[in-house]
Ligand binder design. Structure first.
Ligand code: SF4
Ligand code: SF4
Length: 71
């Protein structure tokens, strides 16, 4: 079973900070004022940041393939 993690598109993020305030796990920060970064160890994949992002640049990705690709 995979876990989803938020993944902001760092090229399109406008660093507005909306996602940072939405995240219940404090998993998002704005890196050097430029773009959002997600701490995948804290992210629970709730999707609140994705829904809130005014630029619609956050996607939720399955991490199963990353960590359990060999099954
Ligand atoms: S999916 Fe939820 S826990 Fe993960 S970064 Fe977005 S708001 Fe935070
Ligand atoms: S809400 Fe969207 S545009 Fe704003 S900082 Fe977060 S990822 Fe970037």
């Amino acid at each position: 079973m995979g876990r989803r993690k938020a993944q902001p598109n760092q090229n399109l993020c406008v660093a507005c900070g909306v996602c940072v305030h939405q995240c219940p796990r404090e998993a998002i920060a704005i890196y050097k004022g430029c773009y959002a970064v997600v701490d995948s160890l804290k992210c629970i994949g709730c999707g609140l940041c994705q829904k809130a992002c005014p630029a619609d640049v956050i996607t939720l990705v399955e991490e199963a393939e990353v960590y359990h690709g060999d099954k």
